[in-house]
Design a binder for this molecule. Structure first.
Ligand code: NAG
Ligand code: NAG
Ligand code: NAG
Ligand code: NAG
Ligand code: NAG
Ligand code: NAG
Ligand code: NAG
Ligand code: NAG
Length: 592
């Protein structure tokens, strides 16, 4: 759980005061649908509590006979602790998509845009399919079009000329037919925004994943959640934002509460002036107050540095699959400002499908370093990282795969995903140690390989060693440089990349539209082993020889090759390989 900065302070204060005044909760909390015993809370009868939790959970987690070492008091007579009714920590996600997904690429479209495009994925067939799209009043916007399915996403352009610009989204009906006999096999709906021009606009590229800012920059967002009260609002706001920009971040998520409204205006004004540093504006403590959301969106929507409206932070933790308040906030935001994307972060492994339609950008946070998973299972207990084992090489892929399965099932597999990673520790809650720099670097690249198009981290100012901070600065720069490649090329689906030996080696591939440029990123996530590996990339098999350059070590670029889709290389323990290939000759550039 990511407590806000203020709550962190409060917890510390509470602990300090326990001698004088102890609070006894009378209610067990649920997180991600699971009952758990909050750390550093004091219950009057811990044994009884554990028995009750075991009873209302599908799987016993707590040994009710053992004495607990940390934080739990058991010196009082039994009392009544209320347990909420049993919930279902593994909710059912229906197969609504039948394997078909469709969404519009560069939303929102503006009246000055003449071409739109539909991005389609089909997993239910490997041949040709016919797709057609029409507005809710029947107007055809994409005539029956044949597309060849090759497992990757396919883009189909169409004219926006006949779609009248308006502030409200169109519900577009998208139909899929078999190619020979024209039998309708699936129908889905997607929202299409075709807005009047004028206001500041931020678009999302749902094919390559980039964010197109209102100042005409395409960015792969990289940056921290920033403590407002303890840091950002202290001293000079412009100087503070400049400091963050100089650390190579292009996005920050200031973590409220803010001291006052005029400070917020000053922050946006300063970011507008500096340029290149964008703000994710958070409603995390206030999204249920729709009037407040309405007023603030209205007040801040014209700043160029506004990137996203951050509706909620881990709403699934306590609200679990009940996303109704988040949906309400999303609708208010879109009504006042359809020109900017909304975002949120989820914390639970099984919640993605329930929130996917309440946001434009879906983030998740995975904090697996230094946790103790002893008391947590699929059904009860909390350890600071839902359903994690405490090994990021397993936990990041596991979270992602579950999200992708669920999102594909409901037809939302093309939603843009961002990752929020651990760059902190907090012994008062779940995280005993901070990640090392090697771990941070591996987590960032593994997330990129798993298809995340934004990387944020908790938190700034850092609770990390100096050398680690410096390395994060360098890493942020590298990712920004790489984003020129990543945001102009299609990322191949993981099933197209075969790694051998498959021994804690992770690889991602990006290919340009003209098939002339290819980016390969490989992570050797072994702490101790040098690995020789071979990677087979299906999409390149027919391309013959590609020349490339290995940019692993700054200043020491060496030539590499892919022949008939096969790449052979080696990496030292915890090393990252960045290989850039071209059709004719190595693309030698300055170090990334
Ligand atoms: C969803 O349904 C489609 C069509 O029946 C099927 O091809 C696909 O395998 C199903 N997906 C899952 C995960 O069951
Ligand atoms: C593909 O989807 C159609 C329509 O939903 C279904 O009838 C068919 O069985 C699916 N095919 C496969 C191979 O799953
Ligand atoms: C924002 O800009 C619009 C015009 O695009 C204008 O009507 C509105 O008053 C502006 N809002 C603020 C708070 O400046
Ligand atoms: C935006 O950038 C593109 C290329 O990056 C350029 O062609 C276009 O003129 C720019 N538009 C504006 C309004 O600056
Ligand atoms: C708003 O907060 C800032 C930063 O804490 C402070 O310097 C300023 O005086 C406050 N302004 C008002 C009007 O309270
Ligand atoms: C979901 O949450 C809303 C408040 O946000 C509440 O009014 C509603 O009753 C909840 N629904 C369920 C099924 O718990
Ligand atoms: C994490 O999991 C990977 C993959 O199973 C394994 O190779 C590695 O040794 C594990 N790391 C730790 C620290 O346990
Ligand atoms: C960060 O990059 C700078 C400039 O390239 C380099 O001098 C420095 O050694 C790097 N620091 C770390 C900790 O990698």
């Amino acid at each position: 759980m990511k407590t806000s900065f203020n709550i962190l302070l409060f917890v510390t204060f509470l602990l300090f005061c326990t001698e004088v005044q102890t609070e006894y909760p009378t209610e067990v909390k649920y997180w991600c649908g699971k009952p758990y015993i909050p750390k550093n809370k004091f219950f009057k009868n811990i044994q009884q509590l554990k028995r009750d939790i075991n009873q209302c959970s599908k799987q016993a987690t707590f040994d009710s006979t053992s004495k607990d070492s940390i934080g739990y008091h058991d010196t009082f007579s039994p009392s009544t602790i209320r347990l909420p009714p049993t919930r279902e920590p593994i909710p059912f996600v229906p197969n609504l998509s039948n394997g078909y997904t469709a969404t519009f690429r560069n939303q929102p479209y503006l009246s000055t845009d003449s071409i739109g495009s539909l991005v389609v994925t089909v997993t239910n067939t490997t041949s040709t399919i016919v797709v057609k799209a029409s507005l809710d009043d029947g107007t055809e916007i994409l005539a029956a079009t044949r597309i060849k399915i090759e497992e990757n996403a396919v883009e189909v352009p169409f004219s926006l000329a006949n779609i009248a610009p308006k502030l409200k989204a169109y519900d577009v009906k998208i139909s899929f037919y078999t190619k020979d006999d024209g039998i309708l096999v699936h129908t889905t709906y997607s929202k299409l925004y075709h807005l009047p021009t004028g206001p500041k606009t931020v678009k999302i590229d749902r094919l390559y994943g980039g964010i197109f800012t209102s100042t005409n920059e395409t960015i792969f967002p990289v940056g921290p959640y920033v403590d407002v009260g303890g840091w950002l609002a202290k001293g000079n706001i412009r100087a503070n934002l400049q400091t963050l920009k100089d650390l190579n971040y292009n996005i920050i998520s200031p973590d409220p509460p803010y001291p006052n409204i005029s400070f917020i205006h000053q922050m946006f004004q300063a970011a507008d002036e500096i340029g290149g540093i964008y703000i994710q504006y958070s409603f995390r403590h206030e999204y249920t107050n729709t009037q407040k959301v309405f007023d603030q969106v209205n007040q801040f929507k014209n700043y160029s540095s506004l990137l996203t409206w951050y509706i909620a932070d881990e709403p699934d933790g306590e609200q679990w699959t009940n996303a109704s308040a988040v949906f309400e906030a999303y609708e208010v935001i879109k009504r006042v400002d359809p020109y900017h994307p909304a975002a949120l972060v989820l914390n639970c492994q099984h919640s993605a499908a329930f929130y996917a339609d309440s946001t434009d950008i879906l983030s998740t946070d995975v904090y697996p370093v230094g946790i103790n998973t002893f008391h947590s299972t699929e059904y009860s207990g909390v350890c600071g990282c839902d359903n994690c084992v405490g090994n990021f090489s397993l936990d990041i892929p596991k979270r992602t795969q579950k999200y992708m399965i669920d999102l594909d099932l409901i037809g939302r597999g093309l939603i843009v995903k961002w990752m929020v990673l651990q760059a902190f520790f907090d012994q008062n809650s779940w995280w005993e140690r901070a990640p090392t720099f090697q771990e941070i670097r591996a987590m960032w690249y593994i997330s990129i390989i798993y298809g995340y198009k934004g990387l944020m981290f908790w938190r700034f100012p850092f609770i990390l060693e100096h050398s680690t901070r410096d390395q994060i600065t360098n890493l942020s720069k590298r990712i920004k440089d790489l984003s020129d490649y990543m945001l102009s090329m299609l990322q191949l689906s993981p099933s197209h990349i075969i790694i051998s030996p498959d021994w804690n080696i992770y690889a991602g591939g990006w290919i340009s539209e003209d098939q002339k440029t290819f980016l390969l990123i490989v992570v050797n996530d072994n702490k101790e082993f040098f690995i020789n590996f071979r990677i087979t990339i299906k999409d390149l098999i027919s391309l013959g020889l590609l020349y490339g350059v290995d940019k692993t070590d700054c200043g020491k670029e060496s030539q590499v090759f892919i022949e008939n889709g096969i790449f052979e290389g080696n990496l030292k323990a915890y090393e990252i390989g960045i290989f850039i290939f071209g059709k004719m000759k190595p693309i030698m550039e300055t170090c990334v």
